[in-house]
Structure formats: C-alpha cells, structure tokens
Write a new protein. Structure first.
Ligand code: FAD
Length: 425
C-alpha cells in the first residue's frame, strides 16, 4: 500500500481502474451508486443503460477482468440497421448500397468511385472532408451530414477526425462495390461481435470489480484548494490529499479551482459536450424487428438511435424493451414530457405497434454526454490539463481527459495513471 494520501474524484470506470491499481487510494463519488456512465437501472421489468452500451472490446486484460464476473450473452453477429424516409437498410450505408432505391444506389456508387480518384492521397482537415474523401458527395450530403446535424449539432467542418477510430469504417472499395451489386450476407459493421451481461444491464459487467475498493458515495466535490491540497464536498466535509486524481468532467473541475487563471477558464469553457435523453419503454409485444439497434436519419424525428435491451442480454420475456436516444446541444433544454411522448409516437409508427401496447415509459436526462471532438478540443484539453498538473491534479477517463473513449479505455486510463504514479498493484 502506498504511503501517499491519494483522493480520486468520481466512481466511474476510470476511477475504478485507478483505485484497483493504487491500493490505499480513496474514491469519492457524487451519486448514491457507483458506475458513472456505465450504470444501469431497472425499469418496468427491464434493465436500461445510459444509452446503448455493449462490450465490443478486443482488449485481453479488460475482457479477462469483466468476463469473470457475470454470465454473458455473446453475439457473433450484431444486426444493425438504418432508417430513412420509410426505408430500412443495413448499417453502414456505404456497404449496403443495393438496399437503397436504385437511383440513390447509382448516384452513391458513382460519387464514391469518383472520390476514390479525386481525393486519393489527400489528408482530410476535418470530418466533412474525411467523409467526402472516403465516401463521396452523395453519401456525405444524403446520409452523413443529416446524421451529424441530428446527433452532434455541429457543422461537419468544425469536427476533427480524432474520434473516428473504431467507430466509422474507412472505405473498403471491394466491399462497397459488392454491396452495390447485391445483398451482402456478411455485414461490414464496426460492431459485429459483442458481449453483454445476461442480467443487470451493462453495469453487470463491472459490478464485481468494485469489491475491495475504498468508495465513498454521495460525496459531490464542490471546490479544490490546490494550494492547501484540500477538497470540499457538498455535504460540508473536507478531505486533505497528497495527490488528487479527477475523473469528473474537466470543465467542472477547472471551475472548482478558485485560482485557475483566465486563460485556463477560457480554454475549459471551449470544451463542449452533448446533452443526452433516453426514452425507455416496454412494449407488450414479443418481437418488434430483427435489429439489436438502429439509427434514424429522418430530420423530423428527434430520436437518433434505438436499441432493444432484451436482444442484447438474450432475455426472452414475451415483451420488448426499447431505448430511444436523443442528443441535443449541451445548453439546450427541451421539454422532457413532450420529447418522451413524441419519441414513443414516432417509434409506434416506425416499428408498427399499437401505442396501447406500451406498458410503461420514462425519460431520463444525462446533462454531460458525448464529448464533442471539435477542432478546438485537443489544444484546449492540453492547456487545462497542463495547468492542473502543475497544481498537483491529474485527470483520467472519458470526462477527466475529455476524449471520446469506450469503457475499456476509460478503465485502462485509470490503471495507466495509477501505474505512472507508482501505485504498483
Ligand atoms: C451515450 C454513450 C454510449 C456509450 N456506449 C458505450 C458502449 O457501447 N461501449 C463501451 O464500451 N463504452 C461506451 N460508452 C463509453 C463509456 O460509458 C465510458 O467510457 C465510461 O463509462 C466512462 O467512465 P469514466 O469513469 O471516464 O467517466 P464517468 O463514468 O462519467 O465517471 C465519472 C464519475 O464522476 C462522478 N462525478 C461527477 N461530478 C462529480 C463531483 N463533483 N464529485 C464527485 N463525483 C463526481 C459521476 O457521477 C461519475 O460517476 C458510451 C458513452 C456514452 C456517453
């Protein structure tokens, strides 16, 4: 055990990875339960996550840690669909052009092939160029721009490309040509194979890892006095530390340190994230379709992603659990009830079931969700983290480092920091 008094802010996966590899550290979590964004919650007889969460990690250490804890449902082939203007087609659209209307298919293929010639060897400077160079103008304008507007609420030219790895496929010319000629049996989606707990939602993967760590719940940090090395909490208590590790959202942390200079505050204020709504409901119908999840391109429908939790866990209950996700800009405040009702009504139409079959529906809000990887992000994050480090504060995780990473990498970033700080467990 280290003799150093290390305080960790946040009991999500990054905090967990740190605490498990730095014996003696103490983790302080604002909420009444651990898990952060990986938390799951039971509603109307189904487990719902904070937005669709699956384990598609290839990391051996992570898989070894999580697979031991709970029985898993393993899916060798996920079924992922897209919906636009009454038409269903497989994800990702560029690999399944034959499923579009013939005129769209031909235009998409023509522009795709032209882009391969025209932009060969060019490095894209932003997400718009990346899509144009990879997929051509037709797919850019009719699919990727539409979806980006709904999901990221940021012009494509303002987005960087550092978040794409493992999420969007670079074009695979033979696959795209084959997919335009006929139905592809083998789907070319990024998330083809995945694992999911049979019970307890995504959190079931990691619940057992919290055993043995020193975790204090209902402890919301409100101020950090970096000079005196003390953290104050909303309940009026204080803790001293030798080293502070933060996994809470970086802009919030910067605002909590009273002596942060104006340039650091300004850099922190440039960091943007989406606000996230999940409309969770259960339908008294056995099967609402073949997909594990699907994406909605239609601009008049606020929902952008829909998943079916029972299809992830492999549960057969005679009912269907549905989660519809809506992302809005961080400062938007749409009315929750109308958002929920509209989402249910839209899905009644899309999935063709009577609204009377909805057993129960709720809407949940997550104020800080996906980090927006705009062109300012990387430099602003470096600036804020560099200043914090000079004041003895290290950060880790999705929100601590303000980078768009999956659960395995959030956990690993905590582990790596513990190792760098000499945790040695
Ligand atoms: C919509 C969405 C879908 C995702 N889907 C997947 C997926 O399919 N597969 C996958 O592997 N990963 C997925 N991820 C990523 C995964 O959820 C995260 O990488 C991971 O959970 C982040 O862990 P973290 O510890 O870095 O952050 P968090 O989980 O946010 O942990 C930070 C903790 O700090 C606490 N906190 C905040 N403020 C304070 C304060 N002032 N004082 C004390 N505590 C505080 C919070 O309550 C939280 O518990 C998804 C993420 C999102 C947003």
């Amino acid at each position: 055990m280290s003799a150093r008094n290390v305080v960790v802010l946040g009991g999500g996966l990054a905090g967990l990875g740190f605490a498990r590899h730095f014996p003696g550290s103490r983790m302080f979590e604002a909420e009444a339960e651990p898990g952060g964004y990986a938390r799951s919650r039971e509603f109307a007889g189904a487990w719902f996550d904070q937005g669709a969460h699956i384990c598609h990690s290839q990391g051996a250490a992570w898989l070894e840690a999580v697979c031991a804890g709970t029985p898993l449902h393993e899916m060798a082939k996920s079924v992922v669909l897209n919906h636009k203007a009454g038409r269903w087609f497989a994800y990702p659209v560029q690999n399944h052009l034959a499923e579009l209307a013939p005129a769209e298919r031909d235009a998409a293929l023509k522009d795709f092939l032209a882009a391969q010639e025209k932009y060969r060897g060019r490095t894209p400077g932003n997400y718009e160029e990346w899509c144009r160079f990879q997929y051509g103008d037709f797919l850019l304008e009719n699919f990727y721009r539409l979806y980006t507007a709904k999901y990221w609420h940021v012009p494509m030219a303002e987005l960087a490309t550092d978040w794409l790895g493992g999420r969007l496929l670079p074009s695979q010319v033979e696959n795209i040509i084959a997919g335009a000629q006929g139905h592809q049996e083998e789907k070319q989606a990024v998330f083809r194979k995945f694992r999911y707990p049979r019970c307890g939602g995504f959190f079931g993967l990691v619940a057992h890892l919290y055993g043995g760590v020193d975790l204090r719940l209902n402890k919301r940090a409100v101020q950090v006095d970096a000079g005196r090395r003390r953290v104050s909490f909303a309940d009026g208590t204080e803790e001293g530390y030798d080293a502070l590790v933060s996994t809470i959202p970086l802009p919030q942390l910067a605002a909590m340190v009273p002596d942060a200079p104006a340039d650091v505050r300004e850099a922190a204020a440039r960091l943007r994230a989406l606000r996230h709504y999940c409309v969770n409901f259960v339908v008294d119908r056995e099967n609402l379709g073949p997909a594990n999840w699907f994406y909605v391109y239609d601009p008049e429908i606020e929902v952008s992603r829909v998943s079916f939790p029972f299809s992830l866990s492999g549960e057969e209950s005679g009912r269907t659990a549905v989660q519809a996700e809506i992302f809005v800009p961080g400062d938007a405040r749409p009315g929750g009830e109308s958002l929920r009702n509209k989402a249910v009504a839209d899905l009644v139409r899309l999935l063709d079931f009577p609204e009377s079959a909805v057993v129960a529906a709720e809407i949940r809000t997550f104020p800080v969700s996906y980090v927006i990887s705009d062109l300012d992000r990387a430099a602003a994050v470096r600036h804020v983290r560099g200043w914090l480090r000079g004041r003895g504060i290290e950060t880790a995780g999705l929100f601590g480092n303000w980078e768009y990473i999956w659960s395995d990498r959030a956990y690993e970033s905590g582990c790596a920091l513990a190792e760098a700080m000499g945790g040695g467990a």
